[in-house]
Design a protein around this ligand. Structure first.
Ligand code: G4P
Length: 526
């Protein structure tokens, strides 16, 4: 196969959802179709159950599982599919945001009884920012849910994207009879079944009396009415709008019952984008360029505390990556080769000789060689951007609790921050270190890992902060003036950029009011 053919057949995506909507179940069913696993129940969820806050074994186990399920590659029809897993727990939302920078499209799972939930809303913001094409799977149709038209309206309003149903449900809950595939013009009748796929009936002419014979008079007439309304309300599906990230095709089904999933997958492989061009600081990188480029979007620390080895996950942006070939680590300005790159096929990690744009390779790293956002290339000085940090939601001072272990603590904090576990700010007024996170669980993970992996003890001290904002201005004098006035609340982030730590919404509003030429950003990418 030529380089171009290899790259064109790749589909790299993530499934995102609010916890419990059915992401794990859907992932598993997709793997079943790809023959990557043979029984349902084989995929361990990469989610920390809500009860796990104080259950360390659970978190450690979780970290082990999530290496295996970080990327799941499999073949389906002529396509090579890479599913990137995202942590379900909202305290690790930052991880999910970063994973979204490495995918070419996204499938959103929504629980049809619950509709759009908070976590989905947040993740969709990132997709919108990046114009990522999204598809929606409306799950749990085997349960009593909300009216499909209402759900579609809610997605448009809440997620800020146009929708176009490509399948349509016949009832739901106890009276759920199946879905009509608008895209393919066939009918798939529902039988509750957790393992196999039911047969579909071709249906080019919905007026045919056969419909009554299959689903009864009442439902046949309702389906015809519904579809007339669907086609009246929603313009014809335009794949270009989907690829531009403006329109989401919607599928209905039940992941648990493997129902409506094949419709989703078949349409997905046909219309979802192959690797897309990536904007680097210097230029746009096209996937078909023969020279290899890629960036690190995730670092996974090993579970074995005695060997502080990590795996850096690299998304290949262009060309072909080969084992034992010299590539440039752009930040370090150093050529290096990798003798044991791993690929992730069917939940197994294996050493690979080559991988193509769209694929993810795992590079073992024993010495803190990689940081999140690092670029690799065949020699070009290229820097991939687009790994935004969001303002954390919670802040605490981190203090050394064992004076003999200052160095270990420093090293541990540095490495955990490079891994992207949380964000570090250094207060310019008193030099104290502040850790910002999305949730309480991250503080606990940091403390635990510092102790077990670095033999260092930390202590948290409270600080009342509302938001961290990255500031910039074209008016240098005003910026200086602001920094002077707010010197107690000024900090530097890991890259040495100026950050204003606002202790309340009111203070932030006042600052914005008083300093009109300063731009306050809530993400580090602006
Ligand atoms: P998540 O990864 O998005 O958090 O969700 P997950 O797949 O773990 O699914 C959450 C719960 O919803 C699971 O039940 C799962 O069995 C159920 N579920 C998923 N898809 C469907 C569906 O189509 N219909 C119905 N009725 N339920 C569905 P659980 O009881 O929380 O977990 P488990 O003990 O079954 O694993």
């Amino acid at each position: 196969m030529t380089l171009e053919e290899e790259i064109r057949r790749r589909r790299t995506f993530a499934i995102i959802s609010h916890p419990d909507a059915g992401k794990t179940t859907l992932t598993e069913k997709l793997l079943l179709f790809g023959g990557a696993i043979h029984v349902a129940g084989a995929v361990k969820s990469n989610k920390i159950k809500k009860t796990a806050t104080s259950d360390w074994m659970e978190i450690e186990k979780q970290r082990g599982i999530s290496v295996a399920t970080s990327v799941m590659g499999f073949e389906y029809r002529d396509f090579k599919i890479n599913i990137l897993d995202t942590p379900g727990h909202q305290d690790f939302a930052e991880d999910t945001f970063r994973t979204l920078t490495a995918v070419d499209s996204v499938i959103i799972v929504i629980d049809s009884a619950k509709g759009v939930e908070t976590q989905t809303r947040k993740l969709m913001q990132v997709c919108r920012m990046r114009k990522t094409p999204v598809m929606v799977f409306m799950n749990k149709m085997d349960r009593e849910g909300r009216d499909p038209f209402d759900l579609l309206d809610e997605i448009e309003a809440e997620l800020g994207i146009k929708v176009r149903p490509l399948t349509w449900p016949i009832n739901m809950g106890f009276s759920f009879k199946g879905v009509y595939n608008i895209y393919r013009k066939n009918l798939n009748l529902y039988t509750p079944n957790k393992q196999t796929v039911s047969e579909t009936v071709e249906f080019n002419d919905l007026k045919s009396k056969e419909l009554e014979a299959l689903i009864g008079e009442k439902d046949a007439s309702k389906l015809r009415d519904d579809l007339e309304l669907v086609n009246g309300v929603y313009p014809d599906f335009d794949v270009k709008e989907y690829l531009a990230g403006d329109l989401a095709p919607v599928f209905f089904g039940s992941a648990l019952n493997t129902f409506g999933v094949k419709e989703l997958l078949d349409c997905f492989v046909e219309i979802a984008p192959s690797p897309r061009p990536v904007q680097a600081v210097e230029r746009v990188v096209e996937p078909m360029e023969p020279a290899f480029t890629g960036f690190v979007f995730k670092i996974h620390a090993n579970m074995d505390p005695n060997h502080r080895s990590c795996i850096a996950f690299v998304k290949i942006c262009s060309g072909k990556f080969e084992r034992n070939v010299n590539y440039k680590h752009v930040r370090l300005g150093k050529m290096m080769k990798f003798s044991a790159p791993t690929a992730f096929m069917a939940q197994k990690k294996e050493t690979v000789d080559e991988a193509f744009a769209g694929d993810i390779v795992g590079l073992p790293d024993n010495g803190g060689t990689f940081k999140i956002g690092d670029s690799l290339s065949s020699g070009e000085n290229i820097h991939f951007k687009g790994l935004p940090s969001f303002s954390p939601e919670m802040f605490k001072y981190i203090e050394n609790d064992d004076p003999m272990k200052q160095k270990q603590l420093q090293k541990g904090i540095d490495q955990l921050m490079d891994e992207g576990v949380a964000q570090l700010f250094i207060n310019q007024f008193n030099g104290r270190k502040i850790i910002g996170t999305v949730g309480q669980l991250q503080f606990e993970v940091i403390q635990y890992r510092l102790l077990h992996e670095y033999n260092a003890q930390c202590r948290w001290e409270p600080i009342r902060l509302y938001k961290a904002c990255w500031i910039e201005s074209d008016d240098a004098a005003e910026l200086e003036n602001f920094k002077k006035r707010k010197y107690q609340f000024m900090a530097k982030d890991k890259e040495g950029r100026d950050v204003f730590l606002a202790d309340s919404q009111f203070v932030l509003d006042m600052a914005q009011e008083d300093f009109k030429h300063i731009r306050f950003h809530f993400t580090s990418e602006f």
